[in-house]
Ligand binder design. Structure first.
Ligand code: ZN
Length: 182
């Protein structure tokens, strides 16, 4: 079986310290699968994936990690991405917003600044808001990477060690419900 790997790019969360205070004013919590670590890994994997889908006009590989509505928003934006190579993402934690699909939880709104290079190597910056939601139907049990054997937590989308794409064996624990461009 051919082993597919997912590219990851450096992702920095600029206001990590704010994470604990975000939920203070809300009666409902963020689901526990949304952590600084899971958001960082998710963004570092999904941003390059998003660019490659734009270039190939094929968004099927995002459907495990983005809602249909978010994929439609990305299709609409695609012209701004083609030909650009992302190399760094800066994330700002913006706040919480109600989870439309599950009234017991909140979603995390993040703002992404993607630093990319166009085909001439000139810098291009793209900005998006993502609403990150817990995947409440999640029931994964993967404990080992099928490629390198490294331990992986349930819900991991990419092996930290060999970057194998684990999404077909382990449903992502978090996904993007909405995308807006700014
Ligand atoms: Zn691995």
């Amino acid at each position: 079986m051919e082993n597919s790997t997912l590219k990851t790019i450096t992702t920095n969360i600029l206001n990590e310290k704010d994470f604990l205070n975000l939920g203070k004013d809300f009666a409902k919590p963020l689901p526990q699968e949304i952590s600084l670590e899971s958001v960082k890994l998710f963004v570092s994997t999904m941003v390059p994936q998003m660019y490659s889908c734009m270039i190939n006009h094929d968004f099927r590989s995002l459907l495990n990690s983005f809602s249909q509505e978010a994929v439609e928003a990305l299709k609409f934006l695609s012209a701004h991405y083609v030909g650009n190579e992302p190399n760094l993402v800066e994330v700002n934690l913006v706040g919480l917003t109600p989870d439309q699909a599950n009234k017991d939880f909140m979603e995390l709104r993040i703002h992404l600044t993607v630093h990319a290079a166009d085909s001439d190597g000139s810098p291009v910056i793209l900005q998006q808001f993502w609403d990150v939601s817990g995947n409440h139907s999640f029931e994964g049990a993967l404990s080992q990477c099928p490629n390198c054997g490294a331990p992986v937590e349930a819900g991991t989308i990419v092996c930290k060690y060999c970057h194998s794409d684990l999404r077909s064996e382990s449903t992502a624990t978090i996904f993007v419900s909405r995308v807006q461009s700014y």
